[in-house]
Design a protein around this ligand. Structure first.
Ligand SMILES: Nc1ncnc2c1ncn2[C@@H]1O[C@H](COP(=O)(O)OP(=O)(O)OC[C@H]2O[C@@H]([n+]3cccc(C(=O)O)c3)[C@H](O)[C@@H]2O)[C@@H](O)[C@H]1O
Ligand SMILES: Nc1ncnc2c1ncn2[C@@H]1O[C@H](COP(=O)(O)OP(=O)(O)OP(=O)(O)O)[C@@H](O)[C@H]1O
Ligand SMILES: NC(=O)CC[C@H](N)C(=O)O
Length: 590
């Protein structure tokens, strides 16, 4: 056996900023070298960021990715870091080396090994995820090899993200190739409770391969996705030996005792068990085991509880959307209700209350407690507020154009949307949209009104979870967020009955069933894709099934115009659920 110290770079790359990502790579590699690591592993497509979507279809982008990789290898050598091998993800193209059956030049979701100023290994993801939020058949061709490099006597194999999740392919030949360690760069987006799935997956693959496994995941927000980190190291029996924290950058350093190999270098084809042939390419970097040294205690970070996890995902998503898109501040309409209260709190926790602006915009139908509850939140959190009464603006509008009923109700929401966009234009604030998933599902929002804005932090949070998160946050001050206030959300905003206040005494339940009933039905229809017969068989009221399905189906056009917001459930509106707007398919109940 031989010891190796592995550094897992759980980093937050910026999509498209290749030079900033390269700078990060050098800085983290220096840190790993200072901590005497023998190998550092970065995340999938770290140099380009992930996902880069149609950027990979541009030759200039792929060229820049390859050029950046080669430059950073040379730079590491120049800066005295070339002796520390670096595994890093980037975008390459097929055809630089012969690959059977692949179009020359098609993009690859690639990983490389950098050593002594050179790119010594180039490989690519074999299994391309093409479900849920992933579209990788559109972008990439598959890799067909498993590189194995000998480092201080230990054979280390490299595979990329989805290769772990599917049977067959490179991971299935790791055991046959006799590797002593498998390292896997990942970009695995967050969804509730996915950390349990990942740990189980890593453990199973390690047992199958009979070797330790190092799983390095990205962290940070990228449009609708948020990456939670949760990098993991398991031993050959599948037992966890180290684990990074969630939603934070971290250089996780772990010492492993690994078997020494003497297999000869060379290239060998293996039947991968999925109809493909995987070529194992062996390279020897160094055969001499390192002198035994005192191991550092590995960190096994505690898991966040389910509410802390979702809340942290939302906070990180807002923080990164704001920072990565160059905003200094945000603005939202604060009604005294729970949706805008939770959105304001997430924003304060993400960027600090001094950068959060709220507009209190009472109308002729606003209840007294609405303004009082909104003012209460402002006082608790110290956000910057302004009161803009809308009654006169609405009156002036109605003097010129005759609107009644719903059209007149919606006008109020639209006037508010216009005020927020005006303040955004004037001061450069990002407008946060406050709708939750139950409203998005049923179309319970006004186009160009409360659905206006730039980023929608709680759009994937069902209303019942909005209340749960608000209660959780009030019970967890000092959880490491930027807002220091005790109980930042007014109790009244949590306990009062929800109302859009667009007409006197309006209640959400005038148009919608109680949210506990609605959310259960939406979960089955939207997330589990059950048809009407199945929904009724599952115990939902048939009349409600017909009504709610209709609302959901007819609201597709609204959802397409809704701002992006972070995915936290297994199926968000957006990348996970794509339905035609012009669509006459209706579920029947009989
Ligand atoms: N297929 C389609 N493709 C493209 N556009 C389509 C369309 N069907 C209708 N439209 C357009 O959409 C318009 C109707 O949509 P929209 O103007 O939004 O209005 P609408 O959906 O009719 O009304 C808004 C609903 O949301 C509720 N609301 C409003 C504000 C806040 C809250 C809350 O509590 O959060 C609830 C309100 O009580 C009401 O039930 C039509 O006039 C038409 O122009
Ligand atoms: N009086 C108001 N002042 C400021 N903003 C408002 C006001 N009323 C509504 N809004 C904005 O419009 C959004 C939709 O609010 P509305 O009251 O119609 O329904 P809601 O979904 O119950 O939201 P909330 O729980 O935040 O009240 C609010 O979240 C808020 O951003
Ligand atoms: N980037 C990837 O290949 C990610 C796919 C994988 N199933 C995950 O969510 O972790």
């Amino acid at each position: 056996m031989a010891q190796l110290r592995i550094a897992l770079a759980q980093t937050n790359p910026i999509v498209g900023d290749l030079s900033a990502n390269a700078d990060q790579l050098v800085a983290w590699t220096r840190d790993a070298a200072d901590r005497d690591a023998h190998l550092i592993v970065f995340t999938e497509m770290f140099l380009t960021g992930y996902p880069v979507e149609d950027l990979v279809l541009r030759t200039s982008f792929v060229d820049a990715s390859i050029r950046t990789l080669e430059e950073v290898a040379r730079r590491l050598e120049r800066e005295g870091l070339g002796d520390l091998p670096v595994v890093v993800g980037y975008v390459d193209r097929a055809g630089l080396a012969p690959r059977v059956g692949q179009p020359k030049g098609a993009p690859l979701d690639a990983a490389a090994l950098l050593h002594k100023g050179e790119v010594v290994i180039r490989t690519a993801k074999h299994h391309l995820p093409n479900y849920g939020v992933f579209d990788e058949y559109r972008y990439f061709v598959r890799g067909d090899r498993l590189p194995v490099f000998r480092l201080h006597g230990v054979d280390v194999a490299i595979a990329v993200c989805e290769d772990l999740w599917q049977e067959g392919g490179p991971v299935s030949v790791v055991g046959q190739a006799g590797a002593g360690l498998l390292v896997v760069p990942n970009a695995s987006p967050y969804e509730k409770e996915k950390d349990d799935v990942r740990l189980e997956l890593c453990a199973r693959r390690a047992r199958e391969a009979g070797c330790a496994l190092v799983y390095v995941n990205q962290v940070g927000g990228q449009d609708e996705l948020v990456f939670d980190g949760d990098s993991i190291v398991v031993n050959g029996e599948g037992e966890p030996v180290a684990r990074a924290g969630q939603f934070k950058e971290e250089l996780l350093v772990v010492d492993l005792d690994l078997p020494v190999s003497e297999a000869p270098a060379g290239t060998f084809p293996y039947d991968a068990g999925d109809g493909s042939t995987i070529t194992v390419e062996r390279l020897v970097l160094s055969s001499e085991p390192v002198e035994p040294y005192p191991a550092v205690a590995a960190r096994v970070a505690e898991r966040l509880d389910p509410h802390a996890e979702v809340y942290s995902a939302l906070v990180l998503a807002v923080r990164d959307y704001v920072a990565k898109n160059g905003f200094q501040s945000v603005i939202l309409g604060l009604s005294g209700g729970i949706d805008s209260a939770l959105t304001a709190t997430i924003a304060s926790d993400a960027i600090g209350p001094s950068r959060v602006n709220v507009a209190l915009m009472p109308s002729r139908y606003s209840s007294e407690h609405s303004l009082a509850d909104a003012e209460d939140l402002v006082a608790r959190q110290g956000v910057t507020s302004q009161v803009v009464p809308i009654a006169e603006i609405v009156n002036a509008y109605e003097k010129e154009i005759d609107l009644s009923g719903l059209a007149s109700e919606n006008l109020q929401a639209r006037v508010r949307g216009m005020i927020l966009m005006g303040l955004s234009n004037e001061h450069g604030h990002l407008v946060l949209t406050t709708g939750n998933k139950s409203e998005l599902a049923t179309g319970y929002s006004t186009l160009y009104g409360d659905s206006a804005g730039g980023f929608a932090p709680i759009k994937d949070v069902p209303k019942t979870m909005v209340w749960e998160l608000a209660r959780w946050r009030n019970g967890h001050s000092g959880s490491g967020f930027l807002l220091e206030a005790e109980r930042p959300i007014p109790e009244n905003s949590i306990t009062k009955e929800p109302s859009a206040e667009l007409r006197p005494d309006q209640r959400d339940t005038d148009s919608l069933p109680p949210y506990e009933v609605l959310d259960r039905l939406l979960d089955d229809y939207v997330e589990k894709d059950m048809g009407s017969q199945e929904l009724i068989a599952a115990g939902h009221d048939p009349a409600l099934v017909t009504r709610v399905i209709r609302l959901v189906d007819l609201a597709e056009y609204k959802r397409r115009q809704y701002p992006p917001g972070p995915k936290i459930t297994p199926k968000n509106f957006g990348r996970d659920r794509r339905l035609p707007i012009t669509n006459r398919w209706r579920e029947t109940t009989g």
